[in-house]
Design a protein around this ligand. Structure first.
Ligand SMILES: [Mn+2]
Length: 285
C-alpha cells in the first residue's frame, strides 16, 4: 500500500527544560520556550521550504524549568516519551541540557536494537563530571553503557581519557584523529573525519532503528550561536541535513532530540534553526 502524501506519524514534542549542570553559559532551561515560539510560527503554506510544519503535533511539558533533581527529570521525561510511543506518536524531545537524552533512551528495553546517532561538538563520554554521572558531559557515556550502538558525528572537542575509556588507546596517539571504532559498536567521526571521508564510513552495518540526538553546538557558531559551549568549525545546516538524510536512508527514526539551545546567547537564528530541524525530523517520522 502506498502511504498517502503527508501521512506521517503524528508527533509529540516533549519539552524538557532541564538545566542543572551548565558548565559554561547558563540558560538552556529556556530553550524549549524559544523553540516552541518558532515552531508555532512555521507556516504550513510556506512555498519556499522543502519541510512543512508538522500537520499533527502536540507539545507537552515533561517537567517545570525549576526542576534540578536528575532522578525526577529522568522519570518525567521517560514517562512522556513512553506515553507518546504508546499512542503511536513520534517522540521528539526538546532540551534543555544533553542529560535529557539518556532519560529518553531509557524507554527502549532493547538497547542493542536502537542505534544512537549523535551530532555534537563534544564527545560527552565522561564517566562523571563535576561530581555527578548525570552531567551533560556524560550523556553519551550513559547511552553507551546501556548497550546502545553509538555513532558520534562532527566531534571536535574530547579528552584523550574519555575517548580511551570507550575506544581504547588511539593507534598513533595523535590529536589529528579522524575516526575511532570500538566493540560493541561505537564509532566516532571527528569534524575533520566527516569533512574528509563523508558520513558513510560511520554508518556501515548500522541497525535499522535509529534514535538521533542533536546537540546544537554540532553546528557552526556562525549559523547557531545560541549554545552554551560553542566550538569553532562546526557543520553548516545543509551539511547536517545531508548527513541526517544518509543516516535515515533505509532506517526508521524511533525518536530524536534537539538540545542545548541557550536563548541568552541567541539572536533568534538558532531557535529558528532548531524549530526547522525539529520539523524536518517530524517529516521523517
Ligand atoms: Mn552534547
Amino acid at each position: 500500500m502506498t502511504p498517502m502524501a503527508g501521512a506521517h506519524r503524528p508527533v509529540t514534542f516533549v519539552a524538557a527544560p532541564y538545566e542543572a549542570t551548565a558548565s559554561f553559559v547558563a540558560g538552556c532551561g529556556f530553550g524549549p520556550d524559544a523553540i516552541a515560539e518558532r515552531l508555532a510560527g512555521l507556516d504550513p503554506n510556506d512555498a519556499c521550504h522543502a519541510v512543512e510544519a508538522p500537520a499533527d503535533w502536540t507539545w507537552v511539558e515533561a517537567h517545570p524549568r525549576t526542576l534540578c533533581d536528575p532522578a525526577a527529570m529522568r522519570r518525567e521525561v521517560s514517562r512522556h516519551v513512553r506515553e507518546a510511543l504508546a499512542a503511536g506518536r513520534l517522540p521528539l524531545v526538546v532540551g534543555g541540557e544533553h542529560t535529557v537524552t539518556p532519560a529518553a533512551l531509557a524507554v527502549w528495553d532493547d538497547a542493542a536494537g536502537v542505534t544512537v546517532v549523535q551530532f555534537d561538538a563534544h564527545a560527552d563520554l565522561r564517566a562523571d563530571y563535576e561530581g555527578t554521572p548525570w552531567n551533560h558531559a556524560c550523556a553519551m557515556r550513559r547511552a553507551f553503557e546501556r548497550g546502545h550502538p553509538l555513532v558520534q558525528l562532527g566531534i571536535r572537542s574530547a579528552l584523550h581519557e574519555e575517548l580511551q575509556d570507550v575506544y581504547g588507546p588511539a593507534a598513533d596517539g595523535s590529536s589529528g584523529l579522524l575516526m575511532r571504532e570500538a566493540t560493541p559498536t561505537a564509532r566516532l567521526l571527528t569534524r575533520s573525519g566527516l569533512r574528509s571521508r563523508g558520513v558513510e564510513p560511520a554508518l556501515r552495518g548500522l541497525g535499522e532503528r535509529v534514535y538521533v540526538t542533536i546537540d546544537l553546538d554540532a553546528l557552526d557558531p556562525s549559523c547557531a550561536p545560541g549554545v552554551g559551549t560553542p566550538e569553532p568549525d562546526g557543520l553548516s545546516y545543509l551539511e547536517l541535513l545531508d548527513a541526517l538524510d544518509a543516516v535515515l536512508d533505509g532506517r526508521t527514526l524511533v525518536g530524536a532530540d534537539v538540545v542545548e539551545l541557550c536563548p541568552a546567547r541567541d539572536d533568534g537564528r538558532t531557535a529558528l534553526l532548531a524549530a526547522r530541524l525539529l520539523a524536518w525530523l517530524a517529516d521523517r517520522g
